[in-house]
Design a protein around this ligand. Structure first.
Ligand SMILES: Cc1cc2nc3c(=O)[nH]c(=O)nc-3n(C[C@H](O)[C@H](O)[C@H](O)COP(=O)(O)O)c2cc1C
Length: 352
């Protein structure tokens, strides 16, 4: 296996196996959540930089589900038009483009009211979240489904449900955060599964449906079982990342250069090999480590976040040996209201 090998996911041909991972750009959208020229350029640059698939950042399905006021949205028909420019820019470079749909749930910003979730649990601010009624759950699912329909209308090749990183879909599969005794508690994957089924029904069999799901919460086996349910419901592609639990078990073989986070994707790949494509993520900062993943047939695709933020041409660096500016791993790109978001790699590139 090679990074340059094409791969087809639900009929969508990826020209290579390097995908640009969803990465929120907080200072790009305005308070209305609309796409701006900055978004279009950001994704066009990564598509030009060789990524075979671009997953557009976590995009809010309701205004209350935003991380912050300046967070990209797809909760309103009026927001659809702007996304067409992102799609066009990526398609012009022969990249497949999908968009990640998200609601913060209990991790919600208190600026937008009391956070909601599967159960009443302590939120970041110390207050309790509101336990959604079944009617409210159905309404929430509708928000994801409507956003997916808008995504299709904008021309996206598919969507990705944000099912990890402690956000709403993750909260439903977490035994510590979903304490319900009804059907949504007894079957923890039901919330996500019903969304997938409805998107498949409304958006058709050719629409790519992906989920970024949790690799271990608390263990890989139970999360593989959840992912199996998503696949049965119609999911075409699994990207694997982390959830609430820190994963302390060592899974990376002695001497192998990839991260423990990546190892979760590798475990999923072993399980889903030949059935559903699986992607791994985490600390893939050099062409050497990316090539190691493929030379050893450890995953179908790799997701690159910070290395691709630092240099949009990172995929071409892997594929063609092009020069690139390395990520400084300074974490300034991470969200924080008081964070200085200036990327030193970007500054270095601008001086070259
Ligand atoms: C600035 C920034 C924004 C991110 N936004 C998202 C996001 O919108 N959705 C998501 O699933 N993960 C998000 N992540 C996590 C990345 O997609 C990725 O999983 C993580 O950074 C590990 O990959 P890396 O080592 O290649 O950076 C973000 C990470 C960064 C650094």
């Amino acid at each position: 296996m090679n990074a340059r090998d094409q791969i087809s996911i639900n009929g969508k041909k990826l020209k290579n196996r390097i995908t640009y991972a969803p990465t929120v750009k907080f200072d790009y959208a305005g308070p209305d959540g609309f796409v701006t020229e900055k978004h279009v350029k950001h994704y066009a640059d990564r598509a030009k930089g060789g990524f075979g698939l671009i997953c557009v950042e976590a995009t809010a399905v309701t205004p209350e589900g935003r991380f912050a006021p300046n967070h990209l949205g797809l909760w309103d028909d009026a927001q659809t038009e702007g996304h067409k420019a992102i799609v066009k820019a990526c398609h012009n470079e022969d990249a497949v483009v999908i968009i990640q749909l998200n609601h913060t749930g209990i991790t919600g910003n208190p600026e937008f009211g009391q956070p909601v979730g599967p159960s009443a649990v302590e939120t970041r601010s110390g207050a309790l979240s509101h336990e959604m009624t079944v009617d409210e759950i159905h309404k929430m699912q509708e928000a994801y489904i409507s956003a997916a329909i808008r995504a299709k209308e904008a021309g996206y090749d598919g969507i990705q449900l944000h099912g990890c990183h402690m956000y709403l879909i993750n909260q439903f599969i977490s035994p510590k955060h979903n304490l319900r005794t009804d059907e949504y508690g007894k079957d923890k994957s039901l919330f996500g599964k019903e969304i997938i089924r409805a998107i498949r029904e409304k958006c058709g069999k050719d629409f790519l449906i992906s989920i970024r799901t949790v690799g271990a919460e608390p263990d890989v086996e139970s999360m593989v079982a959840v992912a199996e349910e998503y696949v049965k419901a119609g999911c075409d592609y699994l990207q694997v990342s982390h959830g609430f639990d820190s994963f302390t078990e060592k899974r990376v073989p002695e001497g192998a250069p990839y991260s423990e986070l990546c190892a979760l994707g590798v475990e999923f790949y072993k399980h889903f090999k030949g059935k559903v494509p699986v992607s791994c993520v985490g600390d893939l900062f050099t062409p050497e480590v990316v090539n190691y993943i493929f030379e050893n047939e450890l995953c179908d695709t790799v997701d690159i976040a910070r290395a691709g933020l630092a240099d949009p041409n990172f995929a071409n660096a892997v594929l063609n040996g092009d020069p690139y500016v390395k990520c400084f791993k300074c974490q300034r790109c991470q969200y924080g209201p008081f964070t200085n978001h200036t990327c030193p790699a970007e500054i270095k590139r601008s001086k070259q």
